[in-house]
Write a new protein. Structure first.
Length: 135
């Protein structure tokens, strides 16, 4: 099973895990969050991430999901990527995470593609001009 590490600005990672636990009616296995706080040492973040990846990896690989490309969490992810074994994507959303969790019995490449598709299809404009008539 693909492990999932959320490497985000505090407190997003843990909040996403809690939201996923709500949707799935229980905390999913093999998922952890590292919530990066202001002015946290990037070397410390990298050490924490490497340890988390070691715990999460059962040999199937790990998907690292970060929030904002170019922020400290995603910059720390650059050193973690090992294509085919540790993949990193940025721009976390709940639809992205739910897709990753749903498909993580598959290969890492499939999980990455499904997570990205979930993030893209989950961002939609809600048109409030359409009103349902009262029943």
């Amino acid at each position: 099973m693909i492990g999932i590490l959320l490497l985000t600005h505090a407190p997003l990672g843990q909040a996403f895990i809690e939201a996923a636990a709500h949707v799935f009616r229980g905390r999913p296995d093999r998922i952890e969050a590292i919530d990066v706080v202001a002015d946290q040492d990037p070397l410390e973040i990298n050490r924490l991430a490497e340890r988390a990846i070691a715990r999460l990896d059962d040999g199937s690989g790990v998907l690292v999901i970060t929030d904002v490309m170019g922020g400290t969490p995603s910059n720390c992810c650059n050193k973690l990527s090992l294509p085919g074994h540790i993949d990193v994507i940025a721009g976390i959303s709940l639809p992205m995470l739910l897709r990753a969790l749903t498909y993580r019995q598959d290969t890492l490449d499939v999980v990455v593609e499904m997570a990205l598709a979930g993030g893209q299809s989950g961002a939609v404009r809600v048109d409030n001009r359409i009103r349902l008539s009262p029943q």
